[in-house]
Design a protein around this ligand. Sequence first.
Ligand code: ZN
Length: 461
Amino acid sequence: MSLLITNGRIITATDDYVADIYCDQGEVVAIGRNLPSHRFQADRTLDASGQYVLPGGIDVHTHLDMPFGGTTSTDDFETGTIAAAFGGTTCLVDFAIQYRGQTMRHALDEWMKKAAGKAVTDYSFHMIVTELPDAGLGDMDTMVRDEGVTSFKLFMAYPGVFMVDDATIFRALRRTGENGGIVCMHAENGGVIDLLVQEALRKGHKAPKYHALTRPPRAEGEATGRAIALAEMAGVPIYIVHLSSADALQKVREARDMGLPAYAETCPQYLFLSYDNYEEAGFEGAKYVMSPPLRAKETQDQLWRGLAFNDLQAISTDHCPFCMKEQKTLGKDDFSKIPNGAPGIETRMSLVYDGGVRAGRISLNRFVELTSTSPAKIFGLFPRKGTIAPGSDADIVIFDPEKRMTLGVKTLHMNVDYNPYEGREVTGVTDTVISRGQVVIDAGRFTGRAGAGSFLRRSTR
Ligand SMILES: [Zn+2]
């Protein structure tokens, strides 16, 4: 199917102009003013007058259909990619988990099965590594070379589940120096946190807020600094996931000022929510139990400055929804048993546009860079994804900058029974979404197809 998008204001990470876009066979073919109709005959024309035309959002941190804490995140690859599309995100990088005793190949096969036939838009996987025997090093090479899985996530937290020691981290980092991959780090000091959690429970501190009080910002700052130091010793880049605290931001800023290739993402929850949410009445605080936890409200300004000045390079969601009913309640009498995670895949673009661009904290170009272009570049998807240019995939969002919307369970499509932003009004809403040249959201109505999304093999650094 060929598609012509006319008169939209095209915004990329670097450009801002009004033109028409002609797409055919899933790609952008031509961009120009008044494209001659005899050469660019389209099956369908979309008038984007007065609207922004953006590269589809890219969310490089999601957990769809993921087992965790004795339950499973509630969005699968169908509901999750549909919700993402409604919110203006057309490409996800989710996580396959290599559990101890299993190979990375097995993990990738398992997650490919979860996504196949379900994903509405394109997706890829990072590989979570929970152990690294000698054979695992070869596994890493195979992932990068043969499968296009060019990033690996390691955990400095969750002892006994995901946590690996410094030697394992160092081995993984060094290997990426040889095979061209990159390590993503969950940077929190798991040993210290575990001790604080046990101490709190012994004192009878069981409420959700103790999740935050036992995971102090310093525990994130320490681990972030250590991760960067290990990467420096290994001579490789590193990417810190879901950075939430001023302590951790300072470590990344210092590293970058020294010229080290340290990268980091933050997430909307750290920009729009805060520790105060844990103080909500009753068990409501469980809605916000995620790791790292929400921080003091003052941190938000510092993170915005980090985004504006490129100490932070991406905004992802860490979307990992669990229902209040029956899932979050697993921790009714013990905060440490509340499944960690919250929904966000659908609300990212509107929140960041409204609270970032409209509030004057970041520019329109920077908005596109943080939500699409820069993650595409860091994770080997650019220029196929992350921009609007001839030859790029026709993943395009027509965004109405003046439309208002009230966020909440009723207006959103994520498969979860609450929303952390319930009742919040935003200005700037996704109107129409094109994935590889197919309209998947048509003026706010879903028109896509489960299974239409493809697995993306990513390139190396
Ligand atoms: Zn995560």
